[in-house]
Design a protein around this ligand. Sequence first.
Ligand SMILES: *Cc1c(COP(=O)(O)O)cnc(C)c1O
Length: 494
Amino acid sequence: MIPFAATPEEILQELATLRAADAPTHGGKVLSYVYDSGLSAVDELAAAAMLAVQPLNGLDPTTFTSIAVMEREVIGFMRTLLGGGGDVVGTVTSGGTESCMLAVKTARENFRGTGTPRLLAPASVHAAFHKAAHYFGLTLELVPVDADGLADSAAMTAAMGPDTALVVASTPSYPHAVLDPVAEIAAAAQSRGIDCHVDACIGGLVLPFWPGLPDWDLRVSGVTSVSADLHKYGYAPKGASVLLTRGRDRQRSQYFATTSWPGYPVVNPTLLGSKSAAPLAGAWAIIKLLGTAGFADLAASCHRSTASLLGAVAKIEGLRVVGNPTGPLFAVAVDALVPADRQIDPHHWADRLKVHGFTAQLQPSFTQSDGSILPRTTHLTITPVTESRLAELVEAMVQAGKEVRGVPGIEPQQILAALDGPTAALLGTSGFTKNSETARQILRALGLAGDGLPAAMAPVLALVEALPRDVTEWLLTELLAGLVEPPPLPPAEM
Ligand SMILES: *Cc1c(COP(=O)(O)O)cnc(C)c1O
C-alpha cells in the first residue's frame, strides 16, 4: 500500500475552499472571461466527455483514434458554419491565442517576399498577434483605427507591400466589437498575393446567427484562414479553438515535423506536444448536443440581451456605447457631449458596478502610432445566461451611473503626482535597473503587492495609462510571477 499523504476527501475539500474564492463562472455576474450558456445540460455533458477521455494523449491520434474522429467532426461542423468549401482544412488548438499564432506561423513559412516579414493589422487587433509577431520574428505594423475603433481599409491597403506576410481583420475586434471590413481588406490582400486571416475568435460561433451582416468568413474569396474559439461562444471548457485554413498546401506549413532525433517521429499540428483531449471532447459533445439550431437559439438570446443593454446604456446620461458594436459585446466610454458634472467615467462606473455584483472589464485609454488617443472604456461580454438577469443588470448599471455621475475620472498625471518620493524618483529616472527586487519595491509602494486585486480598479488602470508601456509590462510581469512563487524557504539548517 502506498501511504497517501492525505485522503481524497480532504484534498477535494481543500479544492472546494479554494474554488469558493474564485469569481463566479456561472450566473452572468462576470461579464468577461466566462461564457455561460445558462444550460446545465451543456456543462454536465462536457464534464462527462472530458472524463471519458481524461487518460488520452492528443499527441498521437493514430494511437488514440477517437481523437482524430472528434477533431475531424468538429472541423467539419465549423467549416460548414463559416462557409468553407472542400479546400478548407483545419485544426483544433488549445485556444484563440494558439489559433492566431499558428495562422501567423503559417504565413511566415509561406512568405515569399523580401526582408523581414510584416504582420499588418488594425490597432484594434487582439494582443495574440503581438505575441505571434514576437514569437515568430515578424514586424508588427498596426494601422490606427478611428475614435470608435473602426479600421481604415484604405490605410490598410496603402500599407500592404512586398514584405507583408499576413493581413488580419477581426470579426469583431475584442476591445470595441467592431466588425472590420473583411471584404475590402481581403480583396486588397488577394490582389497583391498576401494572405488574409480573419480573427473570429470571439465571433466565430455567434456572428453566423447575427442578423444583417455582410459576408465576413470563408465565403469571402481572399480570406485564407479563420480562427474561432470553441471555448467562447461554443460554450466548451477552456482549451479549445479552431483554425480553418484555405488550401491543403498552405496549411501543411502550420505543421512541425521532425525525424531528426533518436526518439519517435514527431508530427505536431499545434504548439504543444503531449496534450489533453479533454477540451476537444467537451467541445465535440456540445456541438453534437446543440447542433446548428441550438447555437442559433443561444445567439438569439445574446442578441436580445445585447440590444436591450445597448438601449439601457443609451439612457444613462453621461455614458455612451463606443461606435456600432457587432455581436454580443460592447464597450462604454464617457459621453463628452454632456456637461462635466453629468459625465460618467467608465472606470469609476465599472468599480461601482462591481459593488452591485457585476464584474465588467476595464480597458485603459490607448495612444496610437499617429498620436491619436482612444478613450478609456469598460467592456462587457454578454452570454446567454445574461437574459435571465437582465433587469438586475440594468438596475445595477443605472445605480452605478447615479453614484459616480460627475465624479471626474482619475487623470494619469494625478497618479504620478501622488507617488511617494522614492517611487517617483525611481520611475522618473530612465536608467533604473529592471530587476525583480526593484519591481517589488515599486509594487509595494503602489499598494499592489498583496494578495488579490485592490477593491477599486480605476486607479490601477490610470497607472497603466500613466506609466511607459515597458515599465507597466515589467511591473505586471512581476505581479503575476509573484502570485505563483512558493513561500520563502526556512533558513538553511546547519
Ligand atoms: C479571445 C480572443 C483571442 C484570444 O483567445 P484566447 O482564447 O484568450 O487565447 C483572440 N482574438 C479575439 C478577437 C478574441 O476575442
